[in-house]
Every structure is written in structure tokens, then in C-alpha cells.
Design a protein around this ligand. Structure first.
Ligand code: EPS
Length: 383
């Protein structure tokens, strides 16, 4: 399974082509749109999200509610485009352009993107560097998730710590409803209150906030990925995908960072087997991945998201046209997108996992894949 996306934040639409999905996967816009809605949500989003109402349009590859095996073409409209038509017009225009941005924001793509591609209107950089692009990747992730759910996999994305405020309620699958209804996708209503206050304070101060994200997947077969070659190691593939989420600056599988301080006897997960459960572990500090392969335990992927780079109380910068000292650009933006990023983490990890399933089990049709997965599950249990 492979895909590419295109689209600017304030252009007419986001577009993707997804290739390699099996035929016969039941699929409708209702499998995708709730993900898009979740990604738009969360306390601390800016005014842009009141303009957009993201929905997917299948322009190819789906007929009668099922994939045909042909490439999928996906479209998400940018409603805001009608306000930016002139500014984003692909026809030749005059310099200086309206809404040209010439004072790069520290932490954003503006300056280096301008140097690299030779732009002096940094809008030519930021329009594609914008995290708006993640809307389309979440749509692709929702489709990947649909395939995983057909194969018995469940998942959740949530926020264990926000702006330094840690949840004191440990994650459990029973808390899914709490997470889905929380404005900050946390398990702990007390922490949620403090986080919301912190977001309000940051907004007043013209500042932004980051946090930690976690995605969990259960029901995975052991043996996705491989130890045999560096680029087949699943942890490496997940890390690449997760680090490509805008503003993610750290990635961890299981208790990765904590384990570095402990002796091996307190880190590795002892192996057990019985006829009912098959092979299992009594702990899961490895986060479901050993030697580049899933081991059948829950997959736990964590990421650190830095605060958004657009500050209403800006940092020092230099104008790229006049070379005069200046404040960094102030653009309409979010105070924080941590809750949205936890949805993105879940969706994008689902893409890597769906790809790993298709690689291991191949199959032109969903039925073939299902048969192979259940035969392998039996073999793995009896091994
Ligand atoms: C973003 C800036 C804001 C965010 C945007 C990402 O957009 P705007 O400049 O239109 O106010 O709302 O996020 C999205 C549009 C989205 O769909 O997530 C940025 O500079 O990265």
C-alpha cells in the first residue's frame, strides 16, 4: 500500500492517490468523516476550524460501498479557499503579492524553505508545510484502520500529558468513551480542567503549548515487520511515519526512554504459554515490538509534540526582503493542536500497520487476506 498527497492549506482542496488496497473492503465516507471531525476538534484550536467541515470525496477506486482493487483517489475540500482565491491564484501575479509573508517564524519551515526553494514570499513555503496536510493523511489512515478492523485490530489515540500536566488516571480500554468525549483527549477529568486553564492562559499570553501523545493497537498478529533487513524493521517504519507529523520531535515505543535507566531483568517481558492464550507476556514494557516485529502484545507508540511555531507574541526574526530586524509573522493559528495530533498519531500508525499486513499476507481481495490471517493466527498459537 502506498500513497501520495498534494494540496496547500488555503488552496482549493487536498488530494491523495492510494494504491495497493485489496478489492472488497467495505468503505464509505462514514468510515472516514468521523476521523476527520475528531482531527479538527480539541480545545485550543483556532478560528480556521470553525470554517472547515472536513469530508472525504471518493473520486476513484470505490463502487457500491466497496473498494474495487483500483487506486483510490481522495479529495477533501478547503472551504477557506473561497476567502483566499485571489491570493492562491495559480495564474501569474505581481510582486508584492497580497498577504505575502516575509518575516519567518522560528520553528516553522519558513526561513529554510525560502532559502531552499528560492521564495521571498514565504507563503509559498508555509502553504504546504502547514499541518493542514494531515487532514488528508488522516483520511488515508482511516481507510487503513478500516482494513485493520476487518482483521480484528482495535486502536485508540489519546493524550497522557499536556503542557507538562500529566494524567493521573492510567490508560485502560474501558476509558475509550472518556477519551472520545474529553475536550483534550485525556483519561483524567481533573487534569483536563487544569489543561483547559493552561490553554486559556497561553491564548491570553499569545503563546502556544505542546504535549505527549500515545496510540495503542490491540489484536495484532505477531510477526508484522521483520528483523532481516533494516528497512523492514517495523519500529523503524513507525518512527519514520510518526516523526513526519508536523511538530513531533520525539518518538518512543513502549517504555523506551524509561527502560534505558533500568537493568535488563526489569525491562524485558518474560515469556509464557498456555493452551488457551497461546504465547504471551506478563508485562509489556517493549510496547508490543521486539527486533523490528510485532510480538502479539499491545502496540504502544508515543510521541512528543512541540508547541506550535506561530506565536501571537512573536520571537525575534529578520525580514527576508529588507534584511531589517523584525518580529516573526503573526498568522491566524491554533494555541495548541495536541488532541488533534493524538488522532493523527493513531491514524498514521494504522497506515504503517495496514501496509505491514498487506506485505505479510498479500492478497488481491479482502477475503483472501482474512483467510490467510486466520490460518496464520492458528499456526502462531499452536507453534
Ligand atoms: C496551521 C495554521 C492554522 C491551523 C492549520 C495549521 O491554519 P490557518 O493558517 O488557516 O489559520 O488551523 O491547521 C489546519 C488548517 C488543519 O486542518 O489542521 C499551520 O500553520 O500549520
Amino acid at each position: 500500500m502506498r500513497f501520495l498527497s498534494a494540496g496547500e492549506s488555503h488552496g482549493p482542496q487536498l488530494t491523495a492517490v492510494v494504491d495497493g488496497l485489496p478489492a472488497g473492503l467495505p468503505l464509505s465516507a462514514n468510515d472516514v468523516n468521523p476521523w476527520l471531525k475528531k482531527r479538527q476538534g480539541g480545545y485550543g484550536r483556532g478560528r480556521r476550524m470553525a470554517i472547515e467541515a472536513d469530508r472525504v470525496f471518493f473520486a476513484a477506486g470505490v463502487r457500491g460501498g466497496r473498494t474495487t482493487g483500483a487506486p483510490l483517489a481522495l479529495v477533501i475540500e478547503n472551504r477557506d479557499w473561497k476567502n483566499w482565491r485571489e491570493i492562491m491564484d495559480p495564474a501569474a501575479g505581481n510582486w508584492p503579492r497580497k498577504k505575502a509573508l516575509t518575516t519567518p517564524r522560528p520553528g516553522h519551515a519558513d526561513l529554510t524553505g525560502g532559502i531552499k526553494y528560492g521564495h521571498k514570499d514565504l507563503r509559498d513555503v508555509l502553504e504546504r508545510a502547514s499541518a493542514r496536510e494531515t487532514a488528508m493523511r488522516v483520511a488515508v489512515g482511516a481507510i487503513a484502520h478500516k482494513l485493520l478492523s476487518e482483521l480484528g485490530v482495535e486502536s485508540i489515540g489519546y493524550v497522557p500529558e499536556f503542557a507538562g500536566i500529566a494524567s493521573t488516571v492510567p490508560f485502560s480500554w474501558e476509558l475509550r468513551e472518556t477519551i472520545e468525549t474529553s475536550q483534550v483527549r485525556m483519561t483524567d477529568p481533573e487534569a483536563e480542567k487544569r489543561v483547559i486553564e493552561a490553554i486559556d492562559r497561553a491564548r491570553e499570553a499569545g503563546d502556544t503549548l505542546g504535549g505527549l501523545l500515545e496510540a495503542r493497537f490491540r489484536g495484532l498478529v505477531p510477526g508484522l515487520g521483520s528483523y532481516t533487513q533494516y528497512d523492514r524493521k517495523l519500529d523503524g517504519r513507525i518512527a519514520q511515519m510518526v516523526m513526519s507529523i508536523p511538530a513531533v520531535k520525539g518518538v518512543e515505543i513502549g517504555e523506551g526512554f524509561k527502560n534505558a535507566a533500568l537493568p535488563g531483568s526489569q525491562v524485558h517481558d518474560a515469556i509464557y504459554r498456555d493452551d488457551e492464550r497461546g504465547w504471551y507476556r506478563s508485562s509489556n514494557r517493549a510496547g508490543g515490538l521486539e527486533a523490528g516485529m510485532t510480538n502479539g502484545e499491545e502496540l504502544v507508540v508515543r510521541a512528543a509534540l512541540k508547541p506550535i511555531a506561530t506565536l501571537m507574541k512573536p520571537l525575534h526574526s529578520v525580514d527576508v526582503v529588507s534584511h531589517q530586524e523584525a518580529d516573526a509573522a503573526r498568522e491566524r493559528s491554533d494555541v495548541t493542536a495536541v488532541p488533534a495530533a493524538s488522532v493523527i498519531l493513531e491514524a498514521l500508525t494504522a497506515i504503517v500497520l495496514a501496509d505491514a499486513y498487506l506485505e505479510k499476507f498479500g492478497g488481491d481481495t479482502l477475503d483472501e487476506i482474512k483467510e490467510r490471517v486466520s490460518a496464520y493466527r492458528r499456526r502462531a498459537r499452536e507453534y
